[in-house]
Each structure stands twice: as C-alpha cells, then as structure tokens.
Design a protein around this ligand. Structure first.
Ligand code: IPE
Ligand code: IPE
Ligand code: MG
Length: 259
C-alpha cells in the first residue's frame, strides 16, 4: 500500500508517542524476513528476483532503524534449515549475501553501523566466512546501530553450541555445575552482550518462529505482518513499532498501571 507523505509523517509521530503508548520505543527489533518467493511468484517472476528485492528491503529497514533510534536490528537471513532448499537457490542466496557485504559495507561503516553475525560459521564457504569476519572487524568500534545478521543460524543449534561450551568448562574444572545460571547460558550464546529482542516482526503472514532466537525471545512481543518482505517499508516498520508501543508487557508480574 502506498501512503501519502502526510500520512507518513503522522505515522512517524505516532510511533514516537502513539495514542495510549504503554512502552518506550523498542531497543532491539528482530525481523524474520519471509515471503520473498511468494512475492516473486505473485508477479510471475523467478524466486531469485524476490530475494534480490528482499536485499533492498534490508537496506530500507536499516535506514528506518537508524531514523527511529533503535539500538539493535537483527535480520534473519539464512536459517540452519534453509540448506533443505534446492542447490541453485542456496547458491543464489550465498551470492546475494556476498554482494550485499561487498556493496554495502562501506556505507554501513560510514553510517556508524556495527555489524555482528550470529550463526554457525564453520560450514560456510571460506569466502563467505571471510566476508562476515571482515564486516565485523571493520565496524567493531562503531557506536551507532548494531546490525545483527543471523546467517546459517538456528536457535536450537546455537543453544547446543552453548551447552557444549559450558560442558567443556565444567569438564576442565573451570566451572561447577551449580554455578551455571541464566547469565552463564546467555553469555555462551552467539548473542552474548546483545540485549534480548523487545519486538519480533515476521512478514508474509506466517505465525511461527522457525528456529529464530529460541532462547532470547522468551518475553519478546510479536507482530505478524501480512505483507511479503520485499514490500516491507518504513511505514510498515513504523506501524509495527506503534503496535509494540501499545502492548502491555508484564514479564510475569502485575501491571502497575503507571502512566
Ligand atoms: C525469505 O523468503 C528468505 C529466506 C528464507 C532466505 P522465502 O524464500 O522463505 O520466501 P517464501 O516463504 O518461499 O515466500
Ligand atoms: C525463516 O523463513 C528463515 C528466514 C527468514 C531466513 P523460512 O521460509 O525458511 O521458514 P519456514 O520454512 O516457512 O518455517
Ligand atoms: Mg519462507
């Protein structure tokens, strides 16, 4: 849906302080970018075209996150289960990631964006793993938006790697089992040092997590957006943030009725 510039400005103000806002703006927004294939199919285009347009939507989302003053934006780019796709589609997705890092890294760096990559880097091709390392290393000292790229990422696989790390520490006598607490696990995950997502957005109308941030989303708010990812724009981002801000987060306690 194309909205007028006027409506867009009203939306912006509403996201900053929507009617009846219960929450401050989210600090960490995590997005399951879904529906590239269906976007393409609905236009009679090859799936690749959907993925290519999906990269443009990532650029837009980064700009929106910066505009809205969000500290962390996580994008689910390739799941541990996406290896089940045909080899041709996998190689297209790998190609797009390489293209994205090569063409956008300088721009992200210039915009003070810090890149973090989560997921298993071990079974990625050396050139891809190298580019991901480079993106992190080059932007390490930046202080603006942290863009977390979930690539070859699965929440259960991440927890499994954390369990192995903790078990190794116990086996080596560096840690006693009774010393293992929630922060021990949190710190052993790929997301160590990154606050839990406040808001998870999934496009394309699917209402599932698909192995995304399993541990970290225990108390996240979810917004399911019916549109496909290549159509996700600033207005859609604002609408999701506005919906989040009207939610009542309790974390198991009682609403204090503040405000
Ligand atoms: C999301 O779009 C991109 C990835 C999962 C890599 P899809 O490729 O899943 O598109 P649909 O869900 O088939 O429409
Ligand atoms: C989730 O989307 C993974 C990414 C967006 C990268 P999928 O399209 O792979 O998820 P399912 O298979 O529909 O659950
Ligand atoms: Mg999908």
């Amino acid at each position: 849906m194309v909205r007028s510039e006027g409506a867009r400005q009203i939306g912006e103000a509403a996201a900053a302080a929507p009617e009846g806002a219960a929450q401050p703006a989210p600090r960490h927004v995590a997005i399951i970018m879904d529906g590239n294939g269906r976007w393409a199919a609905s236009r009679g285009l090859p799936r690749f075209e959907g993925h290519r347009r999906g990269v443009e939507a990532v650029r837009r989302a980064v700009r929106s996150a910066i505009t809205l003053g969000i500290d962390y934006l996580t994008v689910y780019s390739f799941s541990s289960e996406n290896w089940r796709r045909p080899p041709s589609e996998i190689s297209e997705l790998m190609g797009l990631l390489k293209l994205f890092v090569r063409s956008d890294l300088a721009d992200l760096h210039a915009n003070n964006v810090r890149v973090r990559v989560i997921g298993d880097r071990n079974d990625l091709a050396a050139d891809i793993a190298g580019l991901l390392d480079e993106a992190e290393t080059r932007t390490r000292a930046n202080t603006g938006l942290t863009l977390v790229v979930a690539f070859n990422y699965g929440g259960r696989q991440e927890i499994l790697r954390a369990v192995r790390r903790i078990a190794a520490a116990v086996a080596e006598g560096r840690l006693r089992p009774e010393e293992i607490d929630l922060p021990t696990v949190t710190a052993a995950l790929d997301t160590a040092g990154i606050p839990d997502p406040d808001l998870v957005i999934r496009t394309s109308g699917e209402q599932r997590l698909s192995n995304f941030l399993t541990w970290q989303t225990a108390y996240a708010e979810y917004v399911f957006e019916p549109g496909f990812w290549p159509d996700f724009d600033h207005d859609a981002f604002l609408a999701a943030v506005g919906e989040y801000r009207r939610r009542d987060r309790r974390f198991g306690g009682l609403n204090t009725g503040a405000g």
